[in-house]
Design a protein around this ligand. Structure first.
Ligand SMILES: [Zn+2]
Length: 183
């Protein structure tokens, strides 16, 4: 690809260019244009600064969250993690259930895990329901198709009856004519 990009094309590609998501040829074309065009270069620098600030803020938030949550990685939390799936599946004894619930209430890390597991379960459930309703739709479609083919059959049937009746009439008429000719 050797053709030159225009300003509009370059501007739409800028984010991808900054995030290194363009293939070599395309990013070469953008670079060539930026070297020649001051307008686009300004936009490029501005956008680059915004994106850098944004990713800096994002990584800082993550770091703070992680350092905040680190203090909750207690032995209690380890027991919680070990029993989490059994708890969600309702496979624990009453006493164990209460223990896990207590940890989940007092420990935000445990709460977060629990929420994630439930969200995941919900996702599974909803996708299961989706396939179920798809199946239902399929079934309804097939039933409709069957009904439709039946109704076309019943539409054809009276026609055959009429044709049969018509041939019977002609046969009787011919028989009658033969009878008349005989006498
Ligand atoms: Zn330009």
């Amino acid at each position: 690809m050797n053709h030159e990009l225009n300003c509009n094309q370059v501007v739409t590609l800028l984010t991808f260019y900054i995030e290194n998501k363009l293939d070599e040829k395309l990013s070469h074309c953008v670079r060539e244009h930026l070297n020649k065009c001051k307008d686009c270069q300004e936009k490029y620098l501005k956008l680059k600064r915004i994106l850098e600030n944004f990713s800096e803020i994002r990584s800082k938030i993550n770091e703070e969250e992680i350092s905040d949550l680190k203090q909750y990685e207690t032995p209690q939390y380890v027991t919680f993690k070990e029993n989490l799936s059994a708890y969600v599946d309702n496979e624990l004894s009453d006493n164990e259930n209460i223990k896990i619930k207590k940890i989940a209430i007092s420990n935000p890390l445990a709460r977060k895990d629990l929420e994630e597991v439930y969200a995941f379960k919900q996702l599974l459930h909803s996708s299961f329901n989706k396939t179920k309703s798809n199946l239902k739709q399929d079934y309804a479609k097939k039933t409709l198709e069957r009904m439709y083919s039946k109704s076309t059959q019943t539409k054809i049937n009276p026609f055959y009856k009429l044709v049969g009746l018509f041939f019977c009439l002609i046969a009787f008429m011919i028989l009658g004519i033969i009878n008349i000719l005989h006498f």
